[in-house]
Write a new protein. Structure first.
Length: 135
């Protein structure tokens, strides 16, 4: 055994461990511990104060409420956006129909037909006479 000294009668004595520290030049020096080591014992945990626990719980609750509120708001805005896009498409469709109707009703042939039928106007066969006024 490396950590024990044996005597001729078969008795062994434990060898005291030597602390071996290397110094910069490579020499070994035994040193004594400067402070006594702490004996393992029960570690006492620091108790959290009730105020800290209450603040922590309220903080988590506040963050949760804010996250849920944000999610609800985003979903509501997405629904509103969808409704507005549908309304916009309906308005654009109606606008296209109105443009087509204006183009159809503003053709010269249609205007001439309505003028003849409803107002009794006719197209002149001769050129109008131009009068010049003297100043």
């Amino acid at each position: 055994m490396a950590n024990s000294i044996s005597i001729s009668h078969g008795q062994t004595f434990p060898r005291e461990p030597q602390e071996r520290r290397l110094i910069f030049n490579g020499e070994t020096v035994a040193s004594k511990p400067k402070a006594s080591q702490r004996v393992n014992g029960q570690v006492s945990r620091r108790r959290l104060s009730p105020m800290l626990m209450i603040v922590s719980v309220l903080s988590v609750a506040l963050v949760s409420v804010m996250f849920i509120w944000n999610t609800i708001t985003v979903n509501k805005l997405a629904g509103d956006l969808n409704k507005m896009q549908i309304e916009y498409q309906n308005i654009v469709g109606k606008n296209e129909l109105l443009k087509a109707e204006v183009n159809q009703k503003s053709t010269p042939e249609r205007i001439q037909k309505l003028a003849y039928e409803q107002l009794g106007l006719t197209v002149r066969k001769e050129q109008p006479v131009m009068f010049e006024l003297e100043k």
